[in-house]
Design a protein around this ligand. Structure first.
Ligand code: HEC
Length: 126
């Protein structure tokens, strides 16, 4: 029987393409926490309690199921957009100290992966 090489090759190519699909990469928790620390985020945010900024797990709860959560939070931590503090004053939000999209995605992915939070009402309407 003759093997149809073209079919064989296209099968290999198809398999390779499936394997190369970007699986939702697992979050590197340590790298995310290290970046939050080195960027000074920990001054105003903690995982499970509110400081000047909301607890990260509350951020995760608030954005649960929102299709644009990642894009929104990436913008939030890279643009220096204005945020309102509880006392009413406004400041440019701190920018993350990294230009590497993979590192920034990882930090946002970690925040959104946190469980056990409650929704919060933001001071500002984004
Ligand atoms: C000087 C204090 C301060 C620092 C430093 C700070 N934040 Fe914030 N952050 C805030 C405040 C205030 C808000 C907005 C709270 C509100 O609107 O209710 C906020 C909001 C957020 C939110 C939620 C945004 C949303 O749309 O709901 C995330 C996520 C966040 N910060 C991440 C970070 C990260 C990551 C860093 C470090 C790069 C950081 N923050 C550094 C004060 C701070």
């Amino acid at each position: 029987m003759r093997v149809n090489f073209r079919v064989l090759i296209s099968m290999f190519v198809a398999t390779g393409a499936i394997l190369a699909l970007p699986v939702h990469a697992a979050v590197d928790v340590e790298a995310a926490q290290a970046l939050a620390k080195s960027s000074g985020c920990t001054k105003c945010h903690a995982v499970d309690k509110k400081k000047d900024g909301p607890a990260y797990r509350d951020v995760a709860a608030s954005y649960k199921g929102a299709a644009d959560a990642e894009a929104h939070l990436i913008h939030h931590i890279t643009s220096g957009e204005k945020v309102k503090f509880d006392d009413g004053h406004e400041e440019d939000h701190k920018k993350v100290k990294s230009k590497d999209p993979a590192e920034i995605n990882n930090l946002v992915g970690w925040i959104l992966s946190l469980e056990g939070g409650k929704k919060y009402t933001p001071n500002t309407h984004h």
